[in-house]
Design a binder for this molecule. Structure first.
Ligand SMILES: [Zn+2]
Length: 441
């Protein structure tokens, strides 16, 4: 960022983005904008011009480097609204459903994050995985150790990524090495908020793992923190698995339903992101709507752990903001393209639909809106931060063959969703800087 040459640049190519918000209903052609030969001008990490090459070429400053991405498709950076940093390397662990999987795979991996060197190494690995998959913003759970959150924040700051993260709060029903207390979770979360929240592009999320691993006392502490720092995020899990829901009923018999456990402790609201949100009662959908809380839809994880099918129609009917998410490491891929492909199939199984433009929106502007960041990121509006991805629609021999057959941009993007993965990510830019290049790997 101190390099003068990086302060300004011009990107030429074929651009595609969601120009306007289109949830809760489906996106139409009117929400989408496309330039076959387009130009993006960037200065100090922000967009200063977006339009056709013909309209913008005379605006390119003389000393400004020009990058021409031919035969590619440039879209805004992907937004992953729910995943787990300490589970970065346990993707694909065999074994049963959520509660057994946590015991067998997630908790042992999380124990290793008490070590600062390990946390720093893994933070670098984790962010590289995101960037090589075109994900430029994420909302991540860390481990119970405060050091895991600081390691991730420092790595994200180094890359200048817009990132939400939080230390997990967990004071029961987990291995002893992974437990904090209401008081230590308050003290450590507060110290992390004061150090990292709103520092550059970083944001803090108060992060009770889920109701079964927090006492009512700890959830009250989480609520107190949220009141104390109203612009901080809150992230947790909700109604992923039927056995989990039954357990919550036994642990909190006085609450009306699972969401009510969080609501009672002041943890719902526009900056509250609830991972999964699958098996909900009608009352819970109503409460999402009343409180403007957010759902994170994690299709690869829901299929892998056999958790259930997310009901997008109900969310749309209740005008609930929904972000798409990988849920690494319960999820099976860092790729938001693969995640979209599984989202499409989950909706197909329920007679619902995710159109090509819905998919584009969900991974970009829709994700930004779910995270209340649509004024900063999510599309190519002038003034926004320049996070974007250059997609290669011909990354594999099969795709190269299909490329010649598709005759609309919607079909081209859809085939990228269904067949794409990290090989489709030609370049990733964060705040105007090139941070990943496929051919340089
Ligand atoms: Zn999760």
């Amino acid at each position: 960022m101190t390099d003068k040459k990086l302060e300004r640049s011009a990107i030429r190519g074929r651009f595609l983005h969601a120009k306007t918000v289109c949830d809760p209903s489906s996106c139409t052609d009117e929400n989408i904008q496309h330039f076959e030969d387009g130009l993006l001008l960037l200065e100090q990490g922000r967009i200063t011009f977006f339009g056709s090459w013909a309209d913008g070429k005379d605006l390119i400053p003389q000393d400004c480097p020009l990058h021409h991405h031919q035969d590619k498709l440039i879209v805004p950076g992907f937004v992953d609204t729910h995943l787990h940093f300490p589970q970065a390397a346990i993707v694909g662990g065999y074994g049963e459903q959520l509660l057994q999987w946590l015991e067998r795979h997630a908790f042992p991996a999380e124990k290793e994050f008490h070590d600062a060197d390990h946390a720093a190494d893994m933070a670098s690995f984790f962010l590289k995985q995101l960037l090589r998959n075109g994900t430029t913003t994420a909302s991540a759970f860390c481990s119970v150790h405060a050091i895991s959150a600081s390691a991730l924040f420092e790595a994200a700051e180094h890359t200048n990524m817009r990132l939400i993260a939080g230390k997990v709060m967990m004071d029961r029903n987990a291995p002893a090495e992974l437990l904090d207390t209401p008081q230590t979770s308050y003290d450590q979360s507060k110290a992390l908020i004061e150090t990292f929240h709103n520092r550059g592009r970083l944001h803090y999320a108060i992060t009770p793992r889920f109701a079964p691993t927090s006492t009512a006392e700890q959830l009250a502490v989480a609520g107190a923190l949220k009141q104390e720092f109203p612009d901080v995020y809150m992230q947790t899990h909700l109604s992923e698995n039927l056995a989990e829901i039954q357990w919550v009923k036994e642990l909190f018999p006085q609450r009306e339903n699972y969401l009510d456990v969080y609501h009672h402790h002041g943890l719902t609201g526009p900056r509250s992101i609830f991972g999964h949100s699958i098996h909900l009662e009608n009352q819970e959908y109503d409460r999402f709507q009343e409180t403007d809380s957010v759902m994170a839809f994690c299709p690869t994880s829901n299929l892998f752990l056999g958790s259930g099918l997310f009901d997008m129609k109900k969310a749309r009917d209740h005008k609930i903001r929904v972000g798409l998410a990988t849920d690494i490491g319960g999820g099976t891929s860092y790729s938001m393209l693969r995640t979209l492909a599984e989202a499409y199939k989950v909706l197909q199984l329920q007679g619902q639909n995710l159109s090509p433009w819905d998919a584009l929106y969900a991974a970009t502007l829709g994700g930004a809106r779910a995270l209340s960041m649509d004024h900063l990121i999510g599309n190519f509006d002038v003034g926004k931060e320049a996070d974007f991805v250059v997609l290669d629609p011909q990354a594999t021999t099969l795709q190269a063959k299909q490329y010649k057959r598709v005759d609309s941009l919607a079909d081209l993007f859809f085939s990228l969703v269904i067949l794409g993965d990290e090989r489709s990510i030609s370049h990733t830019y964060v705040a105007g800087r090139l941070v990943h290049e496929q051919s340089a790997q």
